[in-house]
Design a protein around this ligand. Structure first.
Ligand SMILES: [Zn+2]
Length: 284
């Protein structure tokens, strides 16, 4: 799920693409302002298949996944349990007998509780699919249970909503956590992988530059937040929005407030700001 962006219409993407030998992408028919062209479902393997992020429960998409698989679906993997990524997993596993792999849904709203993994994946775990390893990378931030998968043969990282193509992702507290998000970006950067395959949009072929840009963009916003809190002490989060997001359409202030809160919580964790009775002040 990306931050809504009215200026950028969902781009067209082919529904089914063979990205590399044994790696296919099927775009779910759920395009929107929040999901771009739709959720990317990835299929790994030719003689046995793992499906990553089957998306929301859309009958035609679940059927299409099974039609194109061409071999038994042995695993259904999910990057995280937001409603545009995981709800079809349980149904697909029921239909195919596949093992469900991922991390359980945390408490809170906007979480798919129907996803109950047969095996909870930990950072560094490896799933062997048709002779190729998928390495698990725990990347909390966008969601606390978010994981990425590195296909070790191609050295591509499948990033779910940790990094997406052409937009920034929503960090919605309390499950979304800006400090963890930035740490997870730095962690991902250390892999120096060949490409990123996101949960929305096209393959990213310059991963290091894109990750550096995202980190810089978030820190730039954080700098604006601290300047705004300093200049306007004792405002609530909602009252601070126009001071920090003057560049954002007023219609999106609801989302901007969630992102702003994520920045403020990080600043509080860093000891740079504090909140008393809902009002924010800088700690000099
Ligand atoms: Zn998400």
């Amino acid at each position: 799920m990306s931050e809504p962006d009215t200026s950028r219409r969902p781009s067209r993407m082919p529904v089914l693409s063979e990205l590399a030998p044994g790696v296919r992408r099927l775009v779910a028919p759920n395009p929107s302002m929040m999901t771009g062209p739709g959720t990317n479902t990835y299929l790994f393997g030719s003689n046995e298949v793992a499906v990553l992020d089957p998306g929301p429960v859309i009958k035609s998409h679940i059927e299409r996944i099974q039609e194109i698989a061409g071999a038994p679906i042995r695993w259904v993997l999910v990057t995280h349990t937001h409603p545009d990524h995981s709800p079809a997993a349980a149904e697909l596993a029921r239909a195919t007998g596949a093992e469900l792999l991922g991390r359980p849904a945390p408490e809170g709203r906007n979480q798919d509780k129907t996803f109950v993994p047969d095996r909870s994946l930990e950072d560094g775990d490896r799933v062997l699919v048709d002779g190729v390893e998928l390495e698990v990378i725990h990347t909390p931030g966008h969601a606390s249970n978010h994981i990425c998968f590195r296909q070790t043969e191609l050295d591509w990282i499948f990033t779910g909503d940790h990094v997406i193509d052409g937009s920034t992702v929503v960090i919605d507290p309390p499950d979304g956590n800006m400090k963890h998000y930035l740490e997870s970006l730095a962690h991902l950067r250390r892999f120096q992988c060949a490409a990123l395959a996101p949960g929305h949009g096209e393959i990213i072929k310059n991963p290091d530059r894109v990750i550096d840009w995202i980190i810089a963009h978030r820190l730039e916003r954080e700098a604006k937040v601290i300047v705004a809190v300093r200049a306007n002490p004792k405002l609530t989060t909602a009252e601070l929005v126009p001071h920090v997001y003057a560049d954002v359409d007023k219609k999106l202030y609801g989302w901007a407030e969630r992102s702003l809160l994520a920045h403020l919580i990080k600043l509080a964790d860093d000891g740079a700001a504090s909140c008393v009775d809902g009002q924010w002040v800088e700690i000099p």
